[in-house]
Design a protein around this ligand. Structure first.
Ligand code: 5RP
Length: 227
């Protein structure tokens, strides 16, 4: 296993061990989150853990089903006990960039329904300022997308349409992703407010004041929790 995967697994396992019998939880997306499914499946087999999960993507729904984890849709529940999810960057105020896997719109809906969003990351994702390295993913409607792009670029970034196999990547919601390069996002709340109000933007990957505990692991597998 690579060092990065050691860290991902350690953080994911520590978070999966916070899940209590009978809980209904939000299931995040991404490579780190897959280790949560691995650990939950182990706990179901070994402890008879009763857990149900609301998935944030079709990829997660498929992976959870393959691991024997019962699913619920978000509309079947009024609340979730917790959501567990990865992130692309975490700043000292626990604001996040998400959306590397293009699932941030559903991830926000699931996180907002949960009593707590528990974030799982390797140390490499802990940054001083968001957006100095990672580009902010923004989901846009394909209809009139060049106008959304122009409005987004007015927030001082350059954008790139995310592609797969030469064609625009299509999200689970049928939309496209613009990856937005900023020279650091020093006021994430202000930028989030502008993007929230931008016509043509479906949702963006800035998660401001949404995270609860951050479970961080290093490449040796040591885990710390930022509350
Ligand atoms: C998907 C996400 C992921 O949680 C984020 O990209 C982290 O992914 P990974 O664990 O593969 O690094 O926000 O939209």
């Amino acid at each position: 296993m690579t060092d990065a995967n050691v860290a991902k697994r350690a953080a994911a396992y520590a978070a999966a061990d916070l899940v209590e019998d009978g809980m209904t939880i939000g299931l995040g997306s991404g490579s780190t989150f897959l280790f949560v499914l691995e650990r939950l499946s182990e706990r179901i087999r070994e402890e008879g853990l009763a857990v149900r999960g609301a998935p944030t993507s079709t990829a997660t729904a498929e992976a959870a089903t393959a691991k024997g984890i019962p699913l619920v849709s978000l509309d079947e529940v009024t609340r979730l006990d917790m959501a567990i999810d990865g992130a692309d960057e975490v700043d000292p105020d626990k604001h996040l960039i998400k959306g590397g896997g293009a699932a941030h719109t559903r991830e926000r809906l699931v996180a907002a329904t949960a009593d707590e969003l528990i974030v799982i990351v390797g140390e490499d994702k802990m940054v001083h300022v968001l957006g100095e390295v990672f580009r902010l993913p923004v989901e846009v409607l394909p209809f009139g997308w060049t106008h959304a792009r122009r409005r987004i670029e007015a927030t001082d970034c350059t954008t790139q349409l995310r592609k797969r196999d030469g064609a625009p990547l299509v999200t689970d919601n049928g939309n496209w992703i613009l990856d937005c390069a900023y020279d650091g996002i020093r006021e994430p709340a202000a930028l989030a407010e502008i993007l929230d109000a931008t016509v043509g933007v479906v949702d963006h990957g800035l998660f401001v004041n949404m995270a609860g505990r951050i479970v961080v692991a290093n490449d040796d597998g040591d885990v710390r929790v930022v509350c």
